[in-house]
Design a protein around this ligand. Sequence first.
Ligand code: ZN
Ligand code: ZN
Length: 367
Amino acid sequence: MNSLEVLGEFAPQPCDEAHASAFAQAALAPGTTLTLFPYNPAPLQPDELRIEVTHAGMCHSDVFMTTLGWGDNVMFPLVPGHEIAGVVTAMGDQAKGYDIGERVSFGVFRTACKKGTCEYCATGREHLCPMREETYCPYFGGYSTSFQGRADFFTPIPEGIRSEHAAPLMCAGLTTFSPLNAYTRPGMKVGVQGLGGLGHMGVQFAAHMGCEVTAVSTSASKAQLAADLGAQHFLNSAIEADKRKAKNSLDLLLITSSAYKISDYLDLVKPGGSVCVVGLPDIKADLGVTMDFIATGKKLIGSIVGSLAETRDMFNFCELHHIQPKVELHAFDQAQQAYDMLALSQPRTPVFRNVLETSSFLTTHRH
Ligand SMILES: [Zn+2]
Ligand SMILES: [Zn+2]
């Protein structure tokens, strides 16, 4: 199905380069090819903000979407991106509380029930609203020079946080901050499995929340890095003897990688402790552990990104503790190379987060 047809009057208008006020990096068909896509944005709705995107983080879910890794009900052209930072360029008549030029960010969810009256929206948990919609597909996401969405779903970026860091905080950051903030207390022994885009944030958050952190990874080469991020312990989970030594040592284990079997890690958790899963589950995810949870009184927690209120809390926490994602900046017209690094690990895997930045592209394409 064509995303522009589905959006109808709310569709961005494709045009030639000379007449375009915005450019996206769009997947035109399933796969990992991104194409420069000139367009003019849809008319701004009264409750919307439009921003010039300065930075867009590349999340692994973007790859799952364009490659149909989560199913084929995906519409093209598809502009991925739900880690967005930029500056306000236009405001609808009813969009209140922002200034032109203000730095703002936008994350994984575009909207929730309009009136905000469901039990979730009414209690500041709009990320659980049954009417919530994802930021992109069919709408255009953040791999673009322009983005627009409901004003109340933007979050102002505080002074002490750079926009290139705010972008990846919107998914990788919030996804780990939210459950750690909700389910840990100072002094708890917390394991963070996986040291990628999510895990490297999880280690920093848990350490600054006063937890005793064990980084759990199969890459021995990441041990020093884990220590630099604040982990007291490093467990190489590829070594069975080391795993046995760490048996029953954790109050909570946060699983952040994209391929894992929960049963491989369950023994690390104390009886009565918890396993929190935020990494995208592998399609062959291990569901055969129910009995193990029952027998040991361990709890399995699911957590999906986080709320707008938690986004503000996270920004404040990052500002206070000087917590930053490790980012690698890529020029907007080099999006394909950055996307290939993420999707195909070519020419190499990203360090933690590839972030597109538009400034040099905009100097030559603004008119
Ligand atoms: Zn994401
Ligand atoms: Zn709702």
